[in-house]
Design a protein around this ligand. Structure first.
Ligand code: NIG
Ligand code: FE
Length: 400
């Protein structure tokens, strides 16, 4: 069955060969044909082919579905009190991850899955069509396997994050925990994951230093997992450079970077081939975290000027940032990180796709997945221009 989406006032394709020739590939008065969950045709609405059914969007804008390349959705419990304390001056340290670990371990499989499904639906209702989901609140073999099994029921982008923090019971045996994460836990989790991630943050007593990060990433790469890194969130540290050195697909946070880090991320970004993303490191910025931890925002332009490929993601999690909203992330990137609305939208769509080394999402062109996000607005500028207004939703082909 083919479905025509027409009456698109402004179409953002992310294909510079189309339309106005900008990075966003803007096309006015456009139409898209969807068939078998793929995009079958893109062009001016006046030239649209005949199809089985039609939706007329009456001048609304359409953008590629948001690609949220960083989230921690498998959890139970609530840390709103920790958020409130931060708003009156408490710093974020990662210490609260143990609170979520205890609540998550105590939850049933059914409750965890229902919670994840609820959050994914919340994301979809705000325009997100691809989401990466990490474990990291189980912190023992059985619990991390359980988390990844649950995540794998809702996404193919599952990330093993046994190296989120050292659990409280092993804080005086860090080396044993690193060996567990790089050994038995990895073996048990590997079948459910595409990715492995490490929270590299020597400034935190709970997270992992450079040597520990290297040990874990090396074992994960040898086990066949592709890599991502949480780096440079709380302080300058080795995370970004290690990510580039290991050819991780992405280093996420990038809040505190030295000139050398920026140069390394620029060089790693230049390795990313937009048409065939199999190598190179994307710099993923998570401004919802700075918002929710009352921290200084990363310098996006410094990274872009150095040649880095920048993505935006939510980092939806119960501690440092409990938003599922990519439109909010885009608005924060524009207002607080001086990204242009075009740079922010690209980073939240194609940037996210590259951070997941995907070429089938993040843009609207023939052959890509049929992931359209409709804005109840005439242009993508409204995503940042109308912050907090629920304009974006993932397009669903109406049941015939
Ligand atoms: O990406 N930084 C480490 N992990 C998460 C926060 C997890 C939590 O606080 O529960 C993050 O910010
Ligand atoms: Fe995170």
């Amino acid at each position: 069955m083919s479905h025509l989406v027409t009456g698109i006032g402004q179409l953002v394709t992310n294909d510079p060969a189309v339309g106005d020739g900008s990075a966003l590939g803007l096309l006015d008065d456009a139409a898209v044909v969807l068939e078998n969950e793929r995009i079958a045709w893109v062009g001016p609405s006046a030239q649209a082919p005949a199809t089985d059914s039609t939706t007329d969007l009456e001048g609304r804008a359409v953008v590629p579905g948001f690609v949220d390349s960083h989230s921690h959705l498998v959890f139970a419990g609530d840390r709103a009190g920790e958020f409130a304390a931060r708003m009156t001056g408490e710093p974020y340290t990662g210490g609260g991850i143990a609170t979520t670990m205890a609540a998550t371990r105590a939850a049933s499989d059914e409750d965890l899955l229902a919670h994840v499904r609820g959050l994914v639906a919340e994301m979809r209702s705000q325009g997100t069509t691809t989401v990466e989901i990490k474990g990291g609140y189980g912190l023992d073999v059985e619990q991390e396997v359980r988390a990844l099994r649950i995540a794998a029921q809702v996404t193919s982008e599952v990330t093993y994050l046994g190296a989120h923090v050292v659990p409280p019971s092993m804080r005086d045996r860090r080396d044993d925990y690193v060996a567990l994460v790089a050994g038995e836990m990895l073996e048990a989790c590997r079948p459910y994951a595409r990715w492995a991630d490490v929270f590299c943050e020597p400034a935190s007593a709970y997270a992992f230093d450079g040597d520990e990060t290297r040990t874990i990433l090396k074992a994960c790469a040898e086990a066949g997992l592709a890599l991502r890194v949480h780096g440079n969130q709380l302080s300058e540290g080795p995370g970004a450079r290690i990510a580039a050195e290991f050819d991780a697909a992405s280093v996420d946070h990038c809040t505190h970077l030295t000139e050398d880090d920026v140069a390394a991320l620029g060089a790693a970004g230049r390795l990313v081939d937009v048409e065939n993303p199999v190598t190179g490191t994307v710099s993923t910025l998570l401004p919802g975290v700075e918002f929710s931890t009352r921290s200084p925002y990363p310098d996006a332009q410094r990274l872009l000027d150095a040649g880095a490929v920048v993505a935006l993601a939510s980092d939806c999690n119960p501690g440092s940032c409990f938003t599922s909203s990519m439109p909010l992330v885009i608005a924060l990137a524009v207002r607080e990180m001086n990204m242009s609305p075009a740079q922010a939208l690209w980073a939240a769509t194609l940037g996210g796709a590259l951070a997941l080394r995907r070429s089938d999402v993040g843009r609207i062109r023939v052959g890509a997945r049929a992931d359209l996000t409709v804005l109840n607005a005439p242009s993508y500028l409204h995503l940042a221009y109308r912050p907090g207004v629920p304009l974006a939703r993932a397009f669903e082909v109406p049941a015939s």
